[in-house]
Ligand binder design. Sequence first.
Ligand SMILES: Nc1ncnc2c1ncn2[C@@H]1O[C@H](COP(=O)(O)OP(=O)(O)OP(=O)(O)O)[C@@H](O)[C@H]1O
Length: 367
Amino acid sequence: MSIDTLHIQHFRNITAAKLQFHPRINLFFGENGAGKTSVLEAISLLGRGRSFRSHKLKPLIQTDQPSVVVFGVIKAQGRADKLGVERNRRSQDQFRLNGEAVGSAAELAKVLPVQSIYADTFELITGGPGERRQFLDWLVFHVEQQFFPAWQQVRRALKQRNSLLRSGRIEASALAVWDSLLAKEAGLLDQCRQQAFTRFKDAFNALKGTVPALADLTLEYHRGWPADQNLVDVLQEGLDRDRASGYTLLGPHRADLRIRLNRAPAEEFLSRGQQKILACALKISAGQVFQQTTHRTCVYLLDDLPAELDEEHRQLLAQWLLALDAQIFVTGIDPGQLTGAWQALGVSFDLFHVEQGVISKLEQNNG
Ligand SMILES: Nc1ncnc2c1ncn2[C@@H]1O[C@H](COP(=O)(O)OP(=O)(O)OP(=O)(O)O)[C@@H](O)[C@H]1O
């Protein structure tokens, strides 16, 4: 799967751009603030309905413009799909697939699955469970069909239950309805996460052997409530605490993917650089499972990567990415450093220069 063409209009400092991409490797260089990250963010908008950098919409829309538009042709398995996203300041968003309006960004993600690696990616290691849960759920969404409807139901049940908890007058029968729906859908969600996690762990265990600092790490999946207890019982037993907090304290919305070294959190032992290569290994493992399960590839966005890793680890990451057969988009300030890893591997790429929001293709390197 690859993005063949991309049109960007009024995205940060990019007023208008029409780009044709290399099916495998696309490299963007330019000064600070030139608009390199904006190209990757525009791809993220097309695949996820939002930037990987922030949930906020308004900063993406060019100052003084009412809306941002991104359009792309996605080629996969002999077919070409047209994806379009328009997001505006009045929240009248439009997501289109082959000219037809689609209801949510989840429909875009099915056509254009995107993984991103950027400066804050190491928060996957150092941040809270929410980061890791979201990361695992990306994979579960793509490889387990029952996941998304169950996730939507869990969200609905939690919202209703939490508003009851906060209402001050809890009707036992109403609460029982939501507890029972939550427990049922949470069971399904947990099953989907368990299945995807097992495959993910196998992929990660195979990959980690290539980096000595990561070799002894272990991954654990925690479902968000005690493994030996029924969620309905947990919810009933915890009702007083939930009522005092005003929200449901345990459940699938508290699931976590824990990364451990000698039974302690890995972040306590790993250097910052090691955390970064670990975060990359996690992202690559997710891409591998996605590919093995769906027989498709996802797109990788790598923002300012040369600044993140030393030469040896950059080379290793380039090898991992090449083995995945994925289309990748990489930004950097120094063109020599940016192209080095790919030239060393003898692969072809397209190189783009970005200057004040204007993107020009420079050369076709044939490896
Ligand atoms: N809403 C907006 N409207 C117009 N310009 C914007 C808007 N938001 C950001 N910008 C400008 O657009 C540019 C976006 O730069 P971007 O983050 O893509 O830079 P970059 O090339 O990745 O730089 P760096 O190397 O510093 O990461 C910046 O110059 C910024 O000031």
